[in-house]
Design a protein around this ligand. Structure first.
Ligand code: PMP
Length: 463
């Protein structure tokens, strides 16, 4: 008898994975000791693992599955496109129908003053494109000294050198000598953790004015752009006070600094508007996108460029020495066009704004009644819970930061719901197709998970 695991078994895939696969954002040694979960199938708002468990995908994969899993129309559109034209580049005086049609379709749903699109393979490349495009734009206008970017601490803008540098994640900067020069990080609009005694609106103005302070200190003549996520995603679903973004926009305009919204998460309906900028009531000069544009069926991202930048860039920019082999990949464009068609036909953005968004928000916000929850927040279909041992003071747990979040996340997986832990909070961003019954299930599991976590913390003497 052989003791080798069956070729279609969890043990087999785990062994191969442990022997050969290095995972993003993971401690390989710890992961191999624990054994990975093998996801084999997905349908609607559920994913299934190799042990047959059905898990509600409360994170839409990685914030990308707007239209849900298993959509035949998208799969067929990709297959049909690849049969017709598997690949061609868009570098050398060529395009293909999908790239042209998608650029137009994106301009159609983008804010009215934004009508050009540069394609990439994903979000990090889109952010790097902004960094290079904006500096090129200012140089083309005869202002090459305008090169500094302002971004926020605890922002996330991807994992490339540029993206990780613009991002404000300390653990990322700690590896590989980041950030690159020319970036200034300022305060984030995170009232729960950093607002102190200030009211929310007061803190919103304070955080916005930190942007002004940084620009003025560097000299507006040296500052190219401010970049931020309308709602910080990976940083913990941080929904800024309503006055923050309009104030930041005003500050940037007064100083001739471009405004960039990184909408890799917020874009394509997550907030119940097509873009987070629409939700926040601002008009950015550039928008980065990825994820939701294809609902994750094919890697594709890009930059939507507003008319002002596009005009300067086109009129004065000459050659832009930048691009990716898969910029506007035919398969990605076909996936995106089919995905947008579904979003339009099923009115999914409207559904997030007027139906499933409000339905889930009402139930999610009630979770603040749980003894472990200090704040429950959600707009559109993106939300978070702040866990705390003492609601009134918004205190942190005595245990090392992140310990409680991980306990809660592990219970959540076990109970059949994907939530992600950020520090000691839980975050959520389900597909737009979530039904009312599935929303009820999601909230019921979350109550159960909070109860289990609460009991566990007491058992361990952690609260
Ligand atoms: N920007 C934001 C706001 C993101 O959330 C992400 C990914 N989570 C990125 C950029 C990077 O995108 P990608 O992983 O596709 O490179």
């Amino acid at each position: 008898m052989t003791s080798a695991p069956l070729s279609n078994s969890t043990a087999h895939w785990r062994a191969l994975d442990a022997a050969h696969h290095l995972h993003p954002f993971s401690d390989t040694k710890a992961l191999n000791a624990e054994g990975v979960r093998v996801i084999t199938r997905a349908e609607g708002v559920y994913v299934f693992d190799s042990e047959g468990n059905r898990i509600l995908d409360g994170m839409s994969g990685l914030w990308c599955s707007q239209v849900g899993h298993g959509r035949r129309a998208i799969v067929d559109a990709i297959a049909q496109q690849l049969h017709q034209l598997d690949y061609y580049n868009t570098f050398f005086k060529t395009t293909h129908p999908g790239a042209a049609e998608l650029a137009a379709a994106i301009s159609d749903v983008a804010p009215a003053h934004m009508n050009h699109v540069f394609f990439t393979s994903g979000g990090s490349e889109a952010v790097d494109t902004v960094l290079r495009m904006v500096r090129h734009y200012w140089a083309a206008l005869g202002k090459p000294e305008k090169s500094i970017f302002i971004s926020r601490r605890n922002g996330y803008h991807g994992s490339t050198l540029g993206g990780a540098s613009l991002g404000g994640m300390k653990p990322m900067h700690a590896q590989g000598g980041l950030p690159i020069p020319g970036i200034i990080h300022v305060a984030q609009p995170y009232w729960w953790a950093e607002g102190g005694e200030m009211g929310r609106e007061e803190f919103g103005l304070f955080a916005a004015r930190e942007v002004a302070r940084a620009i003025d200190e560097a000299g507006p003549e040296n500052v190219a752009a401010f970049i931020g996520e309308p709602i910080q995603g990976a940083g913990g679903v941080i929904i800024p006070p309503a006055n923050y973004w309009p104030e930041v926009e005003k500050i940037c305009r007064e100083r001739d600094v471009l405004l960039v919204c990184d909408e890799v998460i917020c874009g394509f309906g997550r907030t119940g508007r097509w873009f987070g900028a629409d939700f926040m009531g601002v008009k950015p000069d550039l928008i980065t996108f990825a994820k939701g544009i294809t609902s994750g069926y094919f890697p594709l991202g890009g930059v939507i460029v507003g008319d002002k930048v596009a005009e300067g860039f086109i009129e004065h920019g000459g050659d832009f020495n930048h691009g990716f082999t898969y910029s506007g990949h035919p398969g990605g464009c076909a996936a995106a066009l089919a995905n947008l068609r579904i979003m339009h036909e099923e009115k999914l953005v409207e559904r997030v704004r007027t139906d499933i968004g409000p339905y889930l928000q009402e139930r999610w916000l009630k979770l603040a009644e749980h003894p472990l929850v200090g704040e429950a927040r959600m707009v559109g279909l993106i939300g978070a819970l702040e866990l705390t041992p003492e609601k009134a003071s918004r205190a942190a747990f005595a245990a090392e930061e992140g310990t409680v979040g991980l306990i809660c996340r592990d219970f959540s997986f076990r109970e059949g719901l994907v939530m992600r832990a950020v520090r000691d909070g839980m975050i959520l961003a389900p597909p737009f197709t979530l039904s009312h019954e599935e929303a009820d299930e999601l909230v019921a599991i979350t109550w159960r998970v909070l109860d289990l976590t609460y009991a566990e913390l007491h058992k361990r003497g952690m609260m």
